[in-house]
Design a protein around this ligand. Sequence first.
Ligand code: F6R
Length: 366
Amino acid sequence: EKGGFEHFMLKEIYEQPKAIKDTMSCRITKDGKHVHFEELNWTPEDVKSIGKILITACGTAYHAGLLAKYFIEKLARIPVEVDIASEYRYRDPLTDSKTLCIVISQSGETIDTLAALKEAKRRGARSLAVTNVVGSSISREADQVAYTWAGPEIAVASTKAYTTQLVTLLLLSLYMGRLNGNLPVDREEKILADLTKLPDQCQGIFDQVDFIKGLCSTFKDKEDVFFIGRSMDYGLAMEGALKLKEISYIHAESYAGGELKHGTLSLIEAGVPVIALATQLEVEEKMISNIKEVKARDAYVVGVVQDGDTEVGKTVDDLIKVPASDDFVVPILAIIPLQLLAYYIAVSRGNDVDKPRNLAKSVTVE
Ligand code: F6R
């Protein structure tokens, strides 16, 4: 059942090329130029009438929502608010009939996400569920559903569900941007062309697995790890830190690069490991300044960059290269080495990777 892999988590990491392909191929027209969600079948008016989008979810699915805010605001120019489901449901939110509520959930059974969806509906919002499980409670409660076609995810730590959520949300942003007239046609074509290459590009990361395993000896006895990034890399840093904490039991924190000097820099001293995500070209220069801030305190820095980058490598101790792609597509690739790193560190510490202590795959209690 594990298909020759030692754990479900590793199997599911390696299933990502197929899961991504399955999730996107049914939504891209044959000529590869446009996105179409048959299951939604929205008109331009449907999209133009959205005043704001509320995204709500828990854990890893919430992290997918944080990236979706960048996708939607940049590509479709609709304001997006992202909220943790257990917070949203108790805060007397400003949700009305002009709101589109998007809930994200692998299992479709998370109680807080389901309750948040009901609360948004009660306040008059339209709703869309992005979920992996056909017929799940959340899929039945939402007005419409866009399924992620990741296949069953067994390991507690979410991997292929997260990357397929990102794919679905990126496609949805392109779809909305075209329908409301905010997305130039050539921009849609370029992103789709790069998305289409993504399943094959995953191999470029799997080829570095020995290098990633080699990094484990440095991490395995550390007490704290920091993840830093800007823009979409900040959302990715949060997901990378969660993955590491969840299965390796090493404490990890994620910070927006620009926030370090507002407090966290005091924690950085010689040998403290920092994973610096620098895949977003728009903010690369700023990110390099942040890397220099931690290097000046003798931190041990692993950079994650797009292949071909020449600048970040000069400032870090070790470098993971992600195949080059559009800035919107690259996060979907860049999370994979972080999943692998968390996995191999957890294995080297002798942990039960597929069933980490105190956690359940589906959280159906508050
Ligand atoms: C982390 C993880 C959890 C889930 C969260 C929401 O690896 O798996 O953080 O993402 O419990 O679960 P779903 O997506 O089923 O609502």
